[in-house]
Design a protein. Structure first.
Ligand code: COI
Length: 355
């Protein structure tokens, strides 16, 4: 490019970055990565606090081949969503909870972590800098992915001496290719997600690659996702590859208690509060697979997934189908959660943060 052409391109790019909406098809957002304009980056060496971070152009990061994250999996991620309310406000949902979860995970993985204030500030900056990628109201959200990784080089097994905190974002629609149609889940008794004493309760990157094999196998057979059983008794349900799970029997809602093997989902705990606000009894306990098969209704929760109705579960060659359609509790909970998130329903818990 000539210098003149490069400068014209740069000007065009700057102009585009200020337009209200990016030029994409907002009606067909799935859950794929769509690179946006900026990401946030901050570093820290061990025994120090994170430096003041900054927004930089979205792009590749350079890593030492000996980085702790590449060799020994020293990494955590978070997931959250920024939405546009109908009144044009940009809203986040409980970002302090993601910050606290990252701190708890960092402690388990022997990593330095950003303060809650720095985490929330980084998320806000990333959302606002990429505002043109936040879908129009009702079309989806800007999925924000904070990452904390050991970037210092190490060879022997030990914590890295340098950590990087990155936040990037991508506009998304429905997580499952089924859209909002009921999910068909497959229960695995051969593969487990985590074990007692492991890191299943924190958002370690190492919890996700091991589920790819059972997940792909299940998808090949037409299932949406996999339900994992506990690795000791092979009897109690734990969670789904991408989300937590709930069952409804009569007017009682049950979900597996978080005993270190189950991710402490922020949507999970918000749904527990919303269900209780609506007068339902919610019990966190050990839930046997047989009870899941006999439930009236089953649903899953997660940031990416929101609240998804389950239409069937297949376990040991047996398939059970649940009620779907209008009047489901999962749909009521979904509407209430999303209504609060987009500023349409009163936020009595003070969960929503306006940027
Ligand atoms: C989320 O729901 O935000 C997650 O982190 C799950 C991931 C598998 C997309």
């Amino acid at each position: 490019l000539t210098a003149q052409a490069a400068s014209a391109l740069q000007k065009n790019e700057t102009r585009l970055r200020h337009e209200e909406y990016a030029d994409i098809d907002w009606n067909n957002l799935g859950f794929g990565l769509r690179p946006t304009d900026y990401m946030y980056k901050s570093k820290c060496t061990s025994h120090n606090t994170f430096q003041q971070g900054q927004l930089i152009d979205y792009g590749n990061v350079e890593l030492s081949p000996a980085a702790g994250v590449l060799n020994y999996g020293q990494g955590l991620f978070e997931g959250m969503k920024a939405v546009r309310g109908e009144d044009g406000r940009v809203l986040l949902f409980r970002p302090d909870q993601n910050a606290i979860r990252m701190q708890i995970g960092a402690e388990r993985m022997c990593m330095q972590s950003p303060s809650v204030e720095q985490f929330v500030d980084a998320v806000k900056q990333t959302a606002i800098a990429n505002k043109r990628w936040i879908p129009p109201p009702g079309k989806g959200s800007l999925y924000i992915r904070p990452l904390l990784i050991g970037t210092g080089p190490i060879l022997g097994l030990s914590p890295a001496h340098e950590y990087t905190f990155l936040v990037y974002a991508s506009p998304v629609g429905n997580y499952f290719k089924e859209g909002t149609a009921p999910l068909n889940l497959y229960v695995h008794n051969e593969f487990h997600r985590t074990t007692r004493g492991g890191v299943g309760g924190v958002k370690s990157i190492t919890n996700y690659a091991p589920v790819l094999k059972p997940l792909l196998r299940a998808k090949e057979q037409g299932f949406s996702d996999v339900v994992y059983l506990d690795s000791v008794h092979k009897k109690y349900i734990e969670e789904v590859s991408s989300c937590n799970i709930f069952l409804v029997k009569g007017d009682v809602i049950s979900t597996p208690s978080t005993i270190g093997t189950i991710l402490e989902g922020i949507t999970r705990k918000s749904i527990i509060d919303i269900a209780q606000d609506l007068g339902y009894k919610v019990v966190e306990r050990l839930v046997a697979i047989d009870e899941l098969m006999e439930a009236d209704e089953v649903f899953t929760t997660g940031t990416a997934v929101t609240v998804a109705t389950v239409g069937s579960i297949t376990y040991n060659g047996q398939r059970v189908e649940y009620k779907t359609g209008d009047g489901l509790l999962s749909q009521r909970l979904y509407k209430r959660l999303v209504g609060i998130q987009v500023g349409k329903i009163e936020d009595k818990h003070n969960w929503v943060v306006e940027i």
